[in-house]
Design a protein around this ligand. Structure first.
Ligand code: CUA
Length: 275
């Protein structure tokens, strides 16, 4: 059988094109590390997310070295937490799940993009070399406010990063002569113990009574916060030292601050005595 030269040429071109298409599709599927969500990250009952150790208090935790985990819960129409902060030169494994419908977790400008399906935990490991700010958005239509579903990813310089949090709890008011306490809880999400010092400063701002002992005070307490744990410190405040009036206070731990105002009233003003 005689095949015309032109026909041979076009047959060859067609073969090259077919091989090219297959190669392109194959590379697209496996080359850049693109994977379908599977059960790598595990499954989870969307109704028990609040009982899950990882997702009941989602956020960033330190696993060791420069490795971190970020747990995120997607829900119409927000991510919890909405903002993720990790240090540069880190490897972060994201675990994302949904409380309701299918969303996505897409970090704009990167190849981080996964579907978030209720019942499944999507897992992605990403390396962040340089500091930067990225928007996070939802790519799967999830209802009326789908377009408002967004978050933020901050990659900060290593020396600006820490996983210490501070919260304070104190009464707004106390009667003169009573003791009161300012409770300070320091939490530590690094996987090593945090040894630090908590400082309470409390001083007189407005003094209403002549007999007030005017006194600024700074009290320090050393604290060791266990890895992935928290510690609560009590600062005892004797109102006699300060007298009636408004006293601003500030607790400082490792650059984190909590503050408030303690109003000391006269025992007779309060009405029924015991506060
Ligand atoms: Cu969530 Cu779109």
């Amino acid at each position: 059988m005689n095949i015309h030269t032109y026909e041979k040429t076009w047959l060859a071109v067609a073969m090259v094109l077919i091989v090219g298409f297959i190669a392109t599709i194959t590379y697209g599927a496996v080359g850049p590390g693109i994977a379908m969500i599977d059960d790598d990250g595990g499954t989870i009952d969307p109704d028990t997310i609040n009982d899950d150790e990882r997702f009941s208090d989602p956020g960033v935790t330190h696993v060791g070295g420069n490795e971190y985990e970020a747990a995120v819960v997607a829900q119409a129409w927000a991510y919890t937490p909405s903002e993720i902060t990790v240090p540069a030169n880190s490897t972060v494994t994201f675990y994302v799940t949904s409380r309701d419908v299918t969303h996505s977790y897409t970090v704009a400008g990167t190849n981080v993009n996964t579907m978030v399906v209720p019942g499944q935990v999507s897992e992605m490991t990403v390396e962040f070399d340089e500091p930067g700010e990225y928007g996070i958005l939802c790519n799967e239509y999830c209802g009326a406010y789908h377009h408002t579903m967004e978050g933020k990813l901050n990659v900060v310089p290593e020396d600006e990063f820490d996983l210490t949090e501070l919260s304070t709890e104190a009464p707004d008011e106390a009667q003169l002569g009573n003791q009161t306490t300012i409770n300070t809880t320091v939490s530590n999400d690094m996987n090593y113990d945090l040894e630090t010092t908590a400082t309470l400063e409390i001083g007189n701002q407005t003094v209403e009574q002549d007999q007030t002992v005017e006194q600024d005070q700074t009290v320090e307490q050393d604290v060791t916060v266990p890895a992935h744990g928290s510690e609560t410190l009590e600062f005892a405040v004797d109102t006699t030292d300060f007298g009636t009036g408004d006293h601003d206070w500030t607790v400082t731990v490792d650059g984190h601050e909590g503050s408030g105002t303690l109003t000391v009233t006269n025992a007779t003003e309060g009405g029924d005595g015991d506060a």
